[in-house]
Design a protein around this ligand. Structure first.
Ligand code: ATP
Ligand code: MG
Length: 422
């Protein structure tokens, strides 16, 4: 008995309408990041497991329970990348790129893998657009990068998206505060949810992010991170806020916002959809990770980056009624007889070389059936070719939306020009 083959749970096929959204989102992203001076980087889907343990962190959800691992034939433990910041850092360190020139702006677009419970907007293979800006410690870089994220989302028609912004301080401030917090929650351990109990000694800060109501109540009374920051960290954060004000990027300060990855320091931010995505409502998230490059064996280079889930952007666009533009076919050439079919074939091949999109019938359909097919394919125009048209070297070009008909010479250059004008 043959079983029906199915895609792996949580891993979607992207085609038809979804592929149109993906192409639109990706092309807009490339356009926006290019205007900010970013270059593309593509890293392998498989990485050594150590990379994520050392960067994302042992106590993080990703490393603890979400990674797809596999053992290579030589016994090496590999991971399907769950995120790409660590890979970008590894690539730059490996090539010695940052010792040559300590500034770098790169972006990536591609699939990431996390073994989570699949839901709307939460997949096991999902796609991210991400950017990494290395080498600038100044708060202006935080502002510039967040403004770029804002440009990207508003450029796709997504509005009313407040940025949630916070600071985690410098690594020693973050570490000192983590101790204070660990002490505070240790006394309340029995009241924490099972996830937070697990986080208590491994990823204490993440408790602040817990959505379980009682954990949130306990968190509200916890010591504030802001109070353990030094003047330099406070000044950095205030400069970031002032910069966002100046650029009119809407944001809220969210003093309890922490990110799930260990490597963040100082500024962290998220863009949260107000509705529709349920608990999968974060469309874009990132922050500063000044210590990461050095901790992976590279030079001490500050950095700022973010990543956004393409599927979540797509869902938000669909919820907002934004559709990608039609990528309609320019022309269908209809063959009325043998001479016409053969002439249509030759002209189609010529037009395709000039990148006019053309369809012809290869199955010997009747003229009527070819016309119906032109409608179904949503062609912008049709042209019927028979022996007479081929002999006279001209034919009637019909625009399907308006019904307008014009006689034009059977010349690829002229047809191309007509399609470009209409
Ligand atoms: P969440 O809190 O929703 O689990 P996260 O903190 O794990 O998100 P990041 O690691 O910061 O997410 O990834 C950045 C972005 O990638 C998210 O804001 C989201 O848009 C997207 N993303 C993350 N995990 C998934 C997933 N499993 N499916 C779809 N998109 C995802
Ligand atoms: Mg997650």
């Amino acid at each position: 008995m043959s079983e029906t083959l199915q895609a792996v749970k949580g891993m979607n096929d992207i085609f038809e309408d979804d592929a149109k959204y993906f192409r639109l989102i990706e092309s807009k992203a490339r356009e926006v990041v290019k205007s900010y001076g970013y270059e593309e980087i593509r890293t392998p889907l498989l990485e050594d497991i150590g990379l994520f343990v050392r960067s994302v962190g042992e106590g993080s959800d990703i490393v603890e329970k979400e990674m797809y691992t596999l053992e290579d034939r030589d016994g090496k433990e590999l991971v399907l990348r769950p995120e790409c910041t660590a890979s970008v850092a590894r690539a730059l360190i490996e090539r010695g790129r940052l010792s040559v020139e300590p500034e770098y702006k790169g972006y990536y677009i591609g699939p990431m893998f996390r073994r989570e419970r699949p839901q709307r907007g939460r997949l096991r293979q999902f796609h991210q657009i991400g950017v990494e800006a290395l080498g600038v410690a100044e708060p202006t870089m935080d502002v510039e990068t967040m403004a770029m994220a804002y440009d990207l989302l508003t450029g796709l028609g997504l509005t009313g998206l407040p940025f949630m912004v916070n600071t985690l301080g410098l690594p020693d401030e973050k570490a000192a505060y983590t101790k204070v917090l660990e002490q505070y929650f240790s006394a309340l351990e029995s009241e924490l949810c099972p996830d937070c109990k697990r986080r208590l000694h491994k990823n204490t800060l993440r408790i602040l992010d817990c959505k379980v109501p009682h954990c949130a109540e306990l968190t509200a009374k916890a010591p504030k991170l802001w109070d353990s920051l030094g003047t330099e960290s406070k000044a950095h954060f205030e400069a970031v806020c002032a910069g966002l004000d100046k650029l009119k990027v809407p944001y809220n300060v969210a003093h309890r916002l922490v990110r799930g990855l260990d490597y963040y320091t100082r500024t962290v931010f998220e863009v949260v959809a107000s509705s529709g995505l349920g608990s999968q409502n974060t469309v874009l998230a990132g922050g500063r990770y000044d210590g990461l490059i050095e901790s992976l064996g590279g030079p001490s280079v500050p950095a700022f980056g973010f990543a956004s889930g393409i599927e979540r952007i797509m869902l938000m666009m669909q919820d907002a009624g934004i559709s990608p533009p039609d990528e309609s076919l320019d022309l269908v050439l209809v063959g009325a007889d043998d001479k016409g079919r053969s002439g249509a074939f030759d002209l189609a091949m010529e037009l395709r070389k000039q990148r006019v999109s053309v369809e012809i019938d290869l199955k010997g359909r009747s003229v009527k059936a070819q016309m119906r097919r032109a409608d179904r394919l949503k062609a912008r125009a049709v042209m019927v070719l028979g022996e007479r048209e081929i002999e006279q070297g001209k034919a009637q070009l019909k625009w399907l939306a308006s019904g307008h008909v014009e006689e034009i010479p059977l010349d690829a250059g002229v047809v191309k020009q007509k399609c470009a004008q209409n």
